[in-house]
Structure formats: C-alpha cells, structure tokens
Design a protein around this ligand. Structure first.
Ligand code: GDP
Ligand code: MG
Length: 162
C-alpha cells in the first residue's frame, strides 16, 4: 500500500498551505484565524516516482478540547498512521512552547520526522532555520508554502523514508 506522510504542527504555521501545494489543488481550508473548524483532510499525492497519501492533521478537530489536547491528538494520529511525519513550524516566530510540546511527542515515537521551517519567503531569511535543529526531532528545511519554495528538497528527504 502507499506510504503515508502526515503533516503536524501548531495552528497557523502553514500546514494547510503546504498540504495544498503538495496535492496541487485548493482542497484544504486555509484560515488566518487559529482554531477554526476544519474538515478532515486526506489526499493522495505524487512526487517524482513516489505515490503516497498525505494527511493534514490540522484538519482533524476534536470539539471542545483545549488547543494542547487537539495538538496532542493530531500528533498521536500522525505517529500512528504515518510512515514519515512533516513537522511544520513558523520560521519567523522561532521556537514556541507549543512547538516544543509537539516535538516532545514526536521524540517519543520512532517515526522519522522532517521539519518544514515555513514562511521563509526569501533566502535572506534562511538564517532563521538553524535554531529548529534544537527541537531534536529531525532535519530542517527552509520552505515557503505560499510561494511554493523549498518543497522539493523537503519531499526528497521525506521520500527517503518511504
Ligand atoms: P495551518 O493552521 O497550519 O493550517 O496554517 P494555514 O495554512 O491555514 O496558514 C495560516 C496563515 O499563514 C495563512 O494566512 C497563510 O496564508 C499564511 N502562510 C502559510 N504559509 C505561508 C508562507 O510560506 N509565507 C507566508 N508569508 N505566509 C504563509
Ligand atoms: Mg490548516
């Protein structure tokens, strides 16, 4: 069966934007506001000769649960279902407590993780990349979901775990 790539990360870092880029269609709901209701999102995708499934775990909502519980459930789903996890962070914000919480959950799993350091729309921002190595979960890749930059290298790294 096809390998599964799961996208995880705190709200508003750009998970759905990256998901949309990877599936090549505008299927996911992209919202400026964190915490809005979203549909569960699965899709098949292709990268070079790889065919795989993608899950945008941010689209899985557990109503009336606090943010941290939602993120925990999403990370657990990713850990259970995925062959490789794409952990999305906001490169402009630097590491937040919520990022560290997600990283802690991912560390406890044995799943391979690639970190998409998103919103680095310009190469002059790439110096923001390196601090994310300290999350201790995987290699870091500068990307811009909204500009479609860096996703090839990210997917090459992810596909090496398929
Ligand atoms: P999610 O909550 O993690 O799914 O995040 P979304 O994909 O909904 O994106 C949240 C906000 O960040 C939206 O306003 C997006 O347009 C914006 N965004 C996403 N990716 C990028 C990016 O690469 N650069 C910039 N500047 N904004 C982005
Ligand atoms: Mg989303």
């Amino acid at each position: 069966s096809k390998p599964v790539l799961a996208i995880v990360g705190r709200p508003n870092v750009g998970k759905s934007t990256i998901f949309n880029r990877l599936i090549g269609e505008r299927l996911a709901i992209v919202e400026d506001k964190p915490g809005v209701t979203r549909d569960r999102i699965y899709s098949s995708a292709d990268w070079l000769h790889h065919q795989f499934f993608i899950i945008d775990t941010g689209g899985i909502e557990i109503t009336n649960e606090p943010l941290m519980e939602q993120m925990r459930a999403q990370a657990e789903l990713a850990i259970d279902e995925a062959d490789v996890i794409c952990f999305v962070v906001n490169g402009r914000d630097g590491i937040t407590g919520a990022d560290e919480e997600v990283a802690r959950l991912l560390q406890r799993s044995n799943k391979p993780v690639v970190i998409a350091v998103n919103k680095l729309d310009d190469p002059t921002m790439h110096d923001k990349l390196y601090e994310f190595y300290s999350l201790g979960v995987g290699d870091v890749f500068p990307v811009s979901g909204s500009h479609g930059l860096g996703l090839g290298d990210l997917l090459d790294a992810a596909a090496s775990y398929f």
